[in-house]
Design a protein around this ligand. Structure first.
Ligand code: SF4
Length: 441
């Protein structure tokens, strides 16, 4: 999994919120989406959104083992045949989707493989699946192809296969550099795997590598966190994404705590995680990185088309079990169970489980809160795209931000302060419609 996509966060947050952390990954909140098992969202039958950029997200739900803090529905121990059956089902789903008026003959702008662990696929499985994808989709105009990797699953041959298929942005789920901490949190890889994977990726020719880190893992301390940041900087990745650990009820850590009485208070608390994140980004800024969002530092010409396009309203065709999509102003999510998902697509039925059709105002709020995660809103762009002056529409929360010194606003721009940006999720609910605030803070 990666913070970069948020594809599964809704489930996790619906399950529970531990402590004060509340990561806003979409709007309206998932708890307001409705069961759509028997219906096709109207936007799939419409051609209205065809002028928007289109991304494709492919969900690979397999992992070598389940991390103790993981709250996603992942599948471990799947053999080659089971993985290939799943990939066949995803290809079948794509074949169903590209018959829809909203998606027929559309040329995708970006492609993202997320999970789970996409690099769980062998080179042969990946190449076979890409062949199936290319036979039905025109992938010649991709501006970006991102692939999430777990360091211990990579080999030179697999990396060569990814590069040859056009992957340009590799996202490495490092999380920490200390093997004892990694092991204590149930990660499948260790420190040696990280260095080996990173060096192989550079040797093969990858020029854009993102490193994911997690602040707040069990056993982490001020000094071990600082060391992880130092080692990250030594490697000089093009971007670094920092996730502050959340522990919903459906994690192994929580289950163990219920069974054994383990005190979850031993985990770094939220002020500590915020302090560590702040300090890490400060060091990265000193090393020439800039804050590309509240979670990511980047350097040089690093880009992240997937994030920017989605936050600006692009369409997303998510395929695979539990994948999220947004076509036009309608969100929807696929069946969360792999058996249900594969059974439905094999029967020629779209595997959609729930959906939400946004009003124009909800679509506006969604873009405002997602773009606030980058720390800056362009008032003219919103006037152009939505016909709304966001300074007026959101006067009350913006005045609150300005009053706290957390934002500055003029006729053209709304700019968050660095302090606000690093805890942006705490203020985003201020922008929600009143009926969506209940129980969401
Ligand atoms: S790598 Fe770990 S955290 Fe990521 S999806 Fe797999 S089990 Fe969950």
């Amino acid at each position: 999994m990666s913070l970069e996509t948020d594809q599964n966060l809704g489930d996790a947050l619906a399950a529970d919120r531990y402590g004060e952390g509340y990561f806003v990954s979409n709007y309206p909140p998932f708890s307001y989406w409705t069961d759509a098992a028997a219906t096709r969202p109207a936007s799939l039958g419409s051609t209205e959104s065809r002028t928007r950029p289109l991304g494709i997200y492919v969900h690979i739900p397999f992992c070598r083992k389940r991390c103790h803090f993981c709250y996603f529905r992942v599948y471990t121990g799947y053999n080659a045949q089971m993985v290939e059956d799943y990939l066949g089902a995803v290809a079948d789903e794509i074949a169903l989707l590209i018959q829809q008026p909203a998606l027929a003959n559309r040329v995708p702008d970006f492609l993202y493989f997320g999970g789970g662990t996409p690099s769980y696929l062998s080179a042969r499985q990946f190449e076979g699946f890409m062949g199936a994808l290319q036979s039905v989709l025109d992938l010649t105009s991709l501006k970006e192809f991102t692939f999430e990797c777990e360091p211990g699953t990579l080999s030179r041959g697999k990396l060569e296969s990814l590069l040859a298929a056009g992957v340009g942005r590799l996202s490495l789920g490092v999380e920490h550099f200390d093997s004892t901490i990694l092991d204590g949190n149930g990660r499948a890889h260790n420190e040696d795997d990280i260095y080996e994977a990173y060096q192989m990726a550079r040797a093969v020719g990858f020029q854009q590598i993102n490193i994911d880190l997690i602040a707040g893992l069990a056993g982490d301390t001020d000094s071990s966190w600082d060391d992880a940041v130092r080692r990250t900087l030594e490697l000089q990745p093009e971007s670094v994404t920092i996730y502050q650990l959340e522990l919903p009820y459906n994690t192994t850590f929580h289950r163990e705590s219920r069974e054994s009485g383990r005190d979850l208070g031993e985990f770094p608390d939220w002020p500590t995680k915020r302090r560590w994140t702040d300090r890490a980004f400060e060091r990265m800024e000193s090393a020439g990185y800039y804050l590309a969002s509240g979670y990511t530092a980047a350097r040089g010409a690093a880009t992240f088309v997937y994030r920017d396009a989605l936050w600006e309203g692009a369409d997303l065709m998510g395929v695979g079990v539990s994948a999220f999509s947004k076509i036009g102003d309608t969100h929807y999510q696929n069946d969360k169970h792999i058996d249900g998902y594969t059974t439905r697509v094999r029967a020629g039925v779209l595997p959609i489980m729930r959906s939400y059709e946004m009003t124009a105002d909800e679509a506006l709020i969604r873009e405002v809160i997602l773009q606030l995660k980058r720390g800056r809103l362009d008032r003219a762009a919103f006037r152009r795209n939505h016909g709304v002056d966001i300074g007026e529409r959101f006067e009350e929360p913006l005045q609150r931000l300005c009053h706290h010194g957390w934002a500055q606003m003029d006729d053209t721009t709304i700019q968050l302060s660095r302090t606000a940006l690093l805890q942006v999720d705490r203020v985003l609910p201020w922008f929600f419609r009143p009926e969506h605030i209940q129980g969401e803070q």
